[in-house]
Design a protein around this ligand. Structure first.
Ligand code: IDP
Ligand code: MG
Length: 153
């Protein structure tokens, strides 16, 4: 089954939004298979945001993401990468579709509360940047038949 990386950015932690945002994913039926608080280093930021290091806003992004601890989480579910991206909404929270996490909890282009992987390939790379194999867990929901029909997995 697919996995995706979520980062609760410093703004989510400072604003006390972690529990509410986490609840959105839990109620959706997505499974938490890894979670930890860590301090992002400039090196990790450059790896995670490799596609953005040449952008004019990168310096501010790195400064922000390394300014305090963040929370990293891996979610598992059927087609979880695209499902979570849709729930998270557009990068610019002012343009994010109503009901998405960014639309609900932010009004900013850069302080947009969480990160979510944008493709299955990216998710694999991003997860390995943040988690070792031992930090990721395989288990079943006891009520699994109530989350998915047998032919969906
Ligand atoms: P994403 O977070 O929606 O995947 P990316 O383009 O991968 O968007 O950008 C990563 C992060 O960099 C964004 O979430 C946002 O915090 C920041 N960012 C992206 N574009 C801009 C910009 O044009 N100005 C300022 N910050 C930006
Ligand atoms: Mg991205």
């Amino acid at each position: 089954m697919e996995r995706t990386l979520i980062l609760f950015k410093p703004d989510a932690i400072q604003r006390g939004l972690v529990g509410e945002i986490l609840g959105v994913f839990e109620k959706k039926g997505l499974k938490i298979v890894g979670m930890k608080m860590l301090r992002m280093t400039p090196d990790l930021s450059k790896r995670h945001y490799a596609h953005l290091v040449d952008k004019p806003f990168y310096a501010d992004l790195e400064k922000f993401m390394t300014s305090q601890p963040i929370i990293a989480m891996v979610l598992e579910g059927v087609e979880v990468v695209s499902v979570v991206r849709d729930i998270v909404g557009a990068t610019n929270a002012r343009k994010a579709a109503p009901g998405t996490i960014r639309a609900r909890f932010s009004n900013s282009l850069s302080r947009n509360v969480i990160h979510a992987s944008d493709s299955v390939e990216t998710a694999k790379k991003e997860i390995s940047n943040f988690f070792s194999d031992e930090e990721l867990f395989e288990y079943d929901f006891a009520l699994k038949p109530f989350f998915y029909a047998g032919d969906e997995e």
